[in-house]
Design a protein around this ligand. Sequence first.
Ligand SMILES: [Zn+2]
Length: 133
Amino acid sequence: MTIQYEVGNDIVSWCTKCKLMLDHKIVALVDDFPKKAKCKTCNGHHNYREKPPEKKAPGTTRKTKKSEYEVLMGKIEGDDYSDAKKYSTQGNFKENQMIDHATFGIGFIVAVIERNKIEILFKDGPKRMVQNR
Ligand SMILES: [Zn+2]
């Protein structure tokens, strides 16, 4: 699946100011890939970052450690997402449920924080979302 990026599109990026994965707008593309993004939360411009900066432990050469998301995805046999529930703010979701979000794709509910608040792990990282609205 190839994603077509366009200036002005929404994108989830690491905000270097807020230190969070947040909704951004693409402000510049280089080779069809987002280069700069504007944070919708602090309005700051910065380079687009797919992921939070990784803390590198000096002296360790261990590289491709699977992310929690990839581990969870690996559990789905034959890429069968038919169990994924469409996300909606009115939904009532449970822990470990697979979810299909219009923007963020397939995610897993890692925690029900409150009756109205759930934490979902997406490819882009964990996100807090509402439910039972
Ligand atoms: Zn920000």
